[in-house]
Design a protein around this ligand. Structure first.
Ligand code: MRU
Length: 385
């Protein structure tokens, strides 16, 4: 078996990532030494896939924090929050991006709190928020803080690296849970890329298929090419072939015919954001597959970590859907395929209502209808154990 794919990682003070724009024609890495380069890489799909975007943002925020020079904790926090705002403006649909920013924000708050001298005159239990409040009187100790940000920076790097490592472990757990739903000899349709490349490693939907293979099951994967960016043809096909997992590439408009021919036993995709009622946003085209699967009585599975679930959103209609550059539709492989001046609509994601989803596979177990109840029961600790 080929060496395991590690999509992105921290190395010698830089964020290193596989250049997903170049695959499968070239296997190369992009090395980011400035956080603006990580932001650009998220926007231009050098790194993509919701969990990978979250890990990239965490590493990028840590990278940015290494350059913060600030005279006080409040000034450090201001600069940190500005970096987070820039990451938050990259890709609106991926819940894991915001989850990672929230986690890095909690980490910096704790790290800054930890380095504050224990003031003798202050009542114990005083909160960091109170100390950082603009109305709080400046304290003499703050004047010296600018010299000693190194421990905070190191804490942030360690947290970002941990988020990446945890992502791989979570995907392995999720994969083992989901492999139970993959019968021996199954023919499986997948859309987009929810593989190692879409995560820090191992993958979500493809993680389930990897785990099924590791459990000794024979499977055959049909890969939707996934217009307009072709994550299926370029990335999923590359990943599966690299590991010798039997697969066949089809164009998106062939899926219904294959189902009618009885060639598909189940559909599995990832998700970019899941609302509190189980509605799931995923790559454009997923909704059509779920409708087709229902029409042909084929199970439709979603595989995603708990960090993709957004319990604050009541349903999928509240999920922000990213619209991308029309050039992704008018061009293919850099070649124009549509007339100059044509009007284009390019939503990058669609939303599959929970009623069309058979099960959602997570690291905490398999969620089934009624999804709202199943999601509500999940404790926050389920994602970090
Ligand atoms: O635009 P992308 O490539 O970042 O979109 C990614 C997806 O929609 C994937 O299908 C995936 O399921 C979510 S990440 C595991």
């Amino acid at each position: 078996m080929e060496q395991e794919i590690r999509t992105l990682f921290w190395q010698d003070g830089a964020v290193v990532m596989i250049d997903q724009r170049a695959l499968p024609l070239a296997e190369r890495q992009v090395i980011c030494t400035d956080y603006h380069e990580v932001i650009a890489a998220i926007k231009d799909l050098t790194v993509r896939g919701a969990p990978a975007i979250g890990v990239a943002a965490a590493l990028g925020i840590a990278l940015g924090a290494r350059r913060i020079e600030a005279p006080t904790s409040a000034a450090f926090l201001n600069a940190f929050e500005e970096i987070c705002r820039q990451f938050a403006a990259t890709r609106p649909t991926a819940r894991n991006l915001f989850w990672a920013i929230e986690r890095m924000s909690r980490c910096v708050a704790e790290a800054l709190q930890a380095r504050l001298p224990k003031p003798k005159g202050l009542a114990s239990g005083i909160s960091f928020v109170e100390i950082m409040s603009p109305s709080a009187p400046a304290r003499p100790a703050e004047k010296e803080e600018g010299d000693s940000w190194q421990p905070v920076r190191e804490t942030l790097v360690a947290e970002a690296v941990r988020i990446g490592d945890e992502d791989v472990a979570i995907n392995r757990r999720l994969g083992r849970n989901g492999s139970e739903l993959i019968p021996e000899g199954s023919r499986i349709l997948t859309h987009c890329n929810a593989g190692a490349l879409a995560t820090a490693g191992y993958g979500t939907a493809l993680g389930v298929l990897r785990a099924a293979r590791e459990a000794g099951k024979a499977i055959h994967v049909y890969v939707d090419e996934t217009r307009p960016v072709l994550q299926g043809a370029r990335l999923t096909a590359w990943e599966l072939m690299r590991e010798g997992i039997p697969c066949t590439l089809i164009t998106d408009n062939m899926a219904g015919f294959l189902m009618r021919q009885g060639k598909i036993d189940l559909v599995i995709t990832g998700a970019d954001r899941i609302a509190a009622n189980g509605d799931a946003a995923n790559k454009i085209g997923t909704y059509a597959l779920a409708v087709l699967a229902r029409a042909h009585d084929i199970p439709f599975l979603i595989a995603a970590p708990l960090s993709t679930i957004d319990p604050a959103l009541p349903d999928g209609d509240a999920i922000p859907i990213e619209e991308r550059d029309p050039g992704e539709v008018t061009h293919c492989g850099g070649v124009r395929i549509a007339p100059e001046g044509i009007d284009v609509y390019n939503p990058a994601f669609d939303m599959t209502p929970h009623a069309l989803i058979t099960a959602i596979v997570t690291e905490a177990g398999i969620l089934r209808s009624p999804f709202a109840e199943a999601i509500e029961k999940l404790s926050p600790s389920s994602s970090t154990d």
